[in-house]
Design a protein around this ligand. Structure first.
Ligand code: ATP
Ligand code: MG
Length: 582
């Protein structure tokens, strides 16, 4: 490809609306252009990268025994009603109507469709196990599309679905996919960590995510991990053992006392001269309009996904101060957020109030708690005496770094990660409600035991930029670079330089290297800047040195430069590219 013909417009500046590196770089280097919020054009360079990621995924999925198909992007409401997800999927599901007023949606994921395909064709236990996958655009009307390709509304995903007759079969395929994923991300030049995670809207019980570890803002997930063993988990799923804390208060008896101006846990601790671990903190959440109180030890935080799982629902948010005051009022109390407690709170917004307690509060004795009176708290309270322990007691706690590993007891560490893929053991979550069954050895109908396995193709490409860049631009891993090398004649007017550059370019192409010849009549500085920004893994510059038989060879990843012969330069690149194929 001649640079003069390549459809690419690099920009002088980073786009002002971009927050993270991959978004900034991909826009400035001419890979993507925004069409509308969370929707991007993939320009020729980006499309080459995406096709390479896709091909790696395709090769490894095929090698792992999966079969590719392609399902429609538009899906009918009826299948989503069968699974029960039409009601519960929420606003991320882009719903529309056709000319006959039939309701449809844009596919955010394809469990319903694949299950209906299996139901039609997979009738006997003899046909299993089978794993079917596709690579396709998805649409999710994300609340906060941001970070360019990392969280788009339209994005490209590989989604695979396995069908087995037994849980053991599913577990075997799950492991098979985990291994394929490890190979895929390694080939894409990414170091990933496989971490335990919450199963969320897709459902099922066991699931893991593949995280690209990055300490930048681009990592939307907190990953807790242990250096002493292999425990690692997304914060939405992580658990820990707590170091010992004071959980039995010294109060002589249960009573309500004055605690003036103690609106926060810190102020209350200071006033009473106690540690926060003696306080039962009451937090108010709104889950799909319904009021939920979460009780947790004063020194701990609530993990919202865990709370959402505990009560069931789609959207969760913390209540505003105004809502809390109103809730108190409706139930006959005149108080403020800092003094709230669960007693006597029955309903709000026309819904009964659900109370959930974190496990940490269960063991507290002689504790302190809000009693819905301004400037007062209950002290020396006990479950079963002054108030009842809520019916739902479960783990709601957000793990913190330094707490102890649930497996080996060593302190946990935390880092941020970009989720590039995930694997789920679905079980019969879709097959049972959709009546997707086969005949077993005894001629009895059984629902399939399913798994599903996703990889964000466009997110993986963007994550590769997050992991490989410097202030001058992208440093693509060779396997997914849009082109492997650029050949730059310093002066296009110099016949000898042009001739050598063209010869190298032709040699590279002949040996299967994807090369670009920068034949533009631009200043060398401009060409170098573009080469670094676009991120060609190798740069061969033909300048004055050619009189001495050398060209300048630059490796983008390390920025190492050397003067070597044109033949040597070509050979290094050809060898590296051939190694990719072996
Ligand atoms: P997240 O928690 O990041 O929203 P998810 O759990 O919704 O991801 P899945 O539904 O399992 O993700 O989708 C499989 C893969 O698709 C994810 O691992 C991720 O790589 C990718 N993906 C999901 N949502 C987006 C998005 N909005 N933009 C780009 N890629 C996405
Ligand atoms: Mg999501």
């Amino acid at each position: 490809m001649k640079m003069s013909k390549l459809f690419v417009q690099t920009l002088r500046e980073f786009p002002s609306d971009a927050e993270v590196i991959s978004h900034k770089m991909l826009v400035r280097a001419g890979y993507i252009r925004k069409l509308t919020s969370g929707v991007y054009n993939y320009l020729p360079l980006m499309w080459r990268v995406l096709k390479k990621v896709e091909n790696i995924v395709r090769e490894e999925m095929d090698n792992a025994g999966a079969q590719e198909l392609l399902m429609p992007f538009v899906q009918p409401k009826e299948l989503w009603e069968e699974s029960g997800r039409w009601e519960v999927y929420g606003k991320e599901l882009m719903r529309l109507r056709d000319r006959h007023n039939r309701e449809m949606c844009l596919g955010p994921t394809h469990e319903e469709i694949i299950t209906s395909i299996a139901r039609d064709g997979l009738k006997s236990y003899k046909q299993m196990p089978v794993n079917l996958y596709q690579i396709q655009s998805k649409f999710r009307d994300e609340v906060r599309p941001r970070f360019g390709l990392l969280r788009g509304r339209e994005f490209i995903m590989k989604d695979a679905y396995s069908f087995d007759t037994t849980q053991e079969g599913l577990e075997k395929e799950y492991e098979n996919m985990a291994q394929a994923y490890t190979r895929i991300f390694k080939r894409c030049g990414l170091n990933t960590k496989m971490v335990q995670s919450d199963s969320g809207a897709i459902g099922g019980s066991v699931s893991h995510e593949f995280m690209v570890i990055t300490d930048t803002d681009a990592g939307e997930n907190d990953v807790f991990y242990c250096d002493s063993c292999d425990y690692s988990a997304n914060s939405n799923h992580a658990v820990s053992n707590l170091p010992t804390a004071k959980t039995v208060g010294d109060f002589a008896s249960a009573q309500i006392i004055d605690t003036p101006n103690t609106h926060t846990i810190e102020e209350l601790c200071e006033f009473l001269n106690i540690p926060a671990s003696l306080i039962v903190k009451t937090l108010v959440y709104i889950v799909d309009k319904k009021p939920v109180l979460a009780l947790i030890r004063g020194d701990k935080q609530v993990e919202e996904t865990k709370l959402l799982n505990a009560v069931g629902g789609i959207e969760i948010r913390i209540a505003t101060a105004g809502e809390i005051i109103e809730m108190l009022e409706v139930n006959g109390f005149k108080a403020e957020p800092g003094f709230i407690g669960p007693m006597g709170l029955k309903e709000y917004n026309g819904y009964p109030i659900t109370v959930v307690a974190d496990e940490t509060v269960k063991e507290l004795k002689n504790f302190v708690i809000g009693v819905n009176q301004i400037d007062k708290h209950g002290v020396g309270y006990n479950w079963g005496a002054e108030l009842q322990l809520p019916k739902i007691v479960t783990d709601l706690r957000l793990v913190e770094a330094g707490e102890l590993c649930p497996t080996c007891g060593q302190p946990l560490k935390v880092t941020r990660g970009i989720e590039v893929g995930n694997i789920f053991q679905l079980g019969t979550k879709y097959s049972a409600p959709m009546n997707a069954v086969y005949l077993d050895q005894n001629g009895k109908t059984q629902p399939y035991v399913m798994g599903c396995y996703g990889i964000g193709i466009s997110r993986t490409a963007a994550a590769a930029v997050e992991a490989h860049y410097d202030e001058n631009g992208i440093k693509w891993p060779l396997a997914i670079a849009p082109y492997h090398a650029v050949v730059i004649p310093v002066s296009t007017k110099d016949e000898q330089q042009m001739k050598v550059a063209e010869d190298i370019y032709k040699t590279l192409i002949k040996h299967g290297v994807e090369a670009v010849l920068d034949d533009r009549e631009e200043r060398p500085g401009v060409k170098f800047k573009d080469a670094d920004l676009i991120g060609f893994p190798y740069r061969i510059t033909v300048g004055k040195g050619i009189a001495d038989g050398v060209v300048e060879f630059k490796v983008r990843e390390t920025c190492e430069m050397s003067n070597i012969s044109p033949e040597q330069a070509a050979e290094i690149v050809v060898t590296a590219v051939n190694n990719l194929k072996s």
